[in-house]
Design a binder for this molecule. Sequence first.
Ligand code: GLC
Ligand code: CA
Length: 562
Amino acid sequence: MSKSFKNKVIYQIYLKSFKDTNGDGIGDLPGIIEKLPYLKKLGIDMIWINPFYPSPQKDNGYDISNYCEVDSLFGTMNDFDNLVLEAKKLEIDLMLDMVLNHVSTEHQWFQKAKNGNSYYKDFFYIREGKNKHLPPNNWQSKFGGSAWNKLNLEENKYYLCLYDKTQADLNWHNPNVREELKKVVRFWMNKGVKGFRFDVLNVIGKNQDFVDSVDSEQEKKLYTDTPIVHQWVQELHNDTFSKIEDSITVGEMSSTTVDQGILYTNPKRKEVDMIFSFHHLKVDYENGNKWSSVNYDLNVLKEILFEWQEGMEKGNGWNALFWNNHDQPRANQRFGDIVNFPFETNSLLATTIHLMRGTPFIYQGEEIGMTDPIYSSINEYQDIESHNAYNKLICEGLSDEQAFDIIKTKSRDNSRTPMQWTSGKFAGFSSETPWLKINENYTTINVQRELNNGKLFNYYQCLIKLRHNEKVISDGRFIPILKEDTEVIAYLRVYNDQAIIVFNHFKNSTYSITTKYLKMTGDVLIGNYKNVIRREDKLTLRPFESVGFWIKDVKQLLNALE
Ligand code: GLC
Ligand code: CA
C-alpha cells in the first residue's frame, strides 16, 4: 500500500494539558476539537494523542485499565467519534498511543489473574520469589526499585513490572495476549484512526529465564530488542495496521541501536514506519545517569544525530525526528539560551531536525516557545518518576536542595505544564485551577501573543510547508559536513537535481566558517535572521543562527563530494 509518511509532520498532544473545556482543570477531547483550527493553521498532518483510556492515572494514563473506552476524565466515546469526524474535515489524521507492553493492575485481566484465574495468570509474568524475602531476580524497575512486586500477601509470588508497580508487564509469549492486543488496535482502526504510536515497543520480548543480571547494561539486553520482538511486530503489522491505507506507525524504542532501528523500520521487513530513539537526549546525563546535571558537548550530540541519519539511510530505515515529548524537559532549555535568544534558540532547534531525513514531531507548546516551569517545591511536581527519583537522591545522601535542583532540570513535568493559550486567567487553558501548575511566564509566552506579534509559529509554518513541498527535504539523501567543527551542525540534502545546505550554529557568539560549498549556494531556503552574512566561501553566523541555502549547481556539488 502507498506510504507517504516522509512528507508529513506530526503534532503531539499531551491531552491532560492541552485544553480544558468543562472546568475540571484537566484537558479533554472536546478541547482538541476546539483547537483543531489552530492546528490546521500550523499546517500539521496528524496528531498523536497521549493515552486517554480509563486508567487510575498512576503514570498519567500509561497505566490502562480498559483499552477500548474513553476515561470520563477526558470525555466520552461520543467526543472521540466527533474528534475523528471534525479532524477529517480538516484533513488531519489521528495517531493513538498503544501501551501494549503493560496494563494497569486495575485492568480486569490482572484482577482475574490475581484472583487465581489460570487463563489470565498466563497473561502476566508471575514467578515464585527466590525465597521468602527475595523477588525472582535482581532486575530493576525503570522508575526505581525492584522490577517485581508481590501478587498478594499470602503467597510467595511476584509479577514483573518494568515501570511502576501498578503497571504489570504483559506476557507476549502467550498467543492469547497477542490476539487480545490486536483486537485493541483493530478497535481503534475501525473508528478511523490511521496512526499508532507503540509505547516502549522494544521491551515486549523478555527472556523468560529471568536470570539475575550482572549490571544494568547487560540487564537491559535480557529484555530489550530480543529477536522475538521483530517477529511479534511483524505479526502485529500483518494482522492489524497493514490493512489501512496510509497508516503511520512509530515505535518508541528504549536504549536501541541503529542496526535494530533498521530492522524495525526497513519497509521490506513490514514492522513499523519509524522509531523514536533517545540517545541524542542523553547527552546531558552524567555517565548515562538521567538524574544528574551536566553540560552537554555539541560534538557528542552531533555525532549521535549524524550516526542515526547516516546509519538509518544506509539500511533504508526511517527516523522520527524530535527534541521534545511528554517525558523530556524542554530542549530549548538544554541546548540554547532562552533568556537572551528565545526565538533564535527555538527556531534553530526546529530547523536542525525539520530539514533532516525523517518525520518531524512537534510537541505541544514548542511552536510558541514554551519553557520548563520554575517550581519551588517538590510538592508542585505530580510525576511519579520525579518523586521516586527525588526520594532516591535523598537516600543517596544529597541535600533537599541538591536533589531538587536535579529534579528541576530533568522532571518529566517540565514539558507537561498546561498549554499557554492566552495571558488571561489560567493561561486560557481552563477556567479553574489546572491539575499541574501553569508556568508563570504565560503572560509573555502564549498562543494569542505569538499569533499577534511572534515569529516562531510562523517559522514552524514555513518549515512544515517546506517538507510538504520539497522532495529534497522529504526524500533527499543526507550528507553530513563540517563534522569536526565545534559550533555548527551542518549538512547537505540531495535529491536528483535538487540540493540544499543547512547550517545551525549552536553557540551564543558570532562565528565564521569557511567551506567550498558556500560558493555553490544560491537563494536562501530558510533562516532565522533577517539577512545573511555570506561572502564567497565564508559565512558569518550569529548567536543560534540557522540558515539553509539552495545549491545552484548540483552537478558541481556532486563532483566536489567525490
Ligand atoms: C513511555 C511513555 C512514558 C511512560 C512509559 C511507561 O516511555 O512515554 O510516559 O511512563 O512508557 O508506559
Ligand atoms: Ca476537562
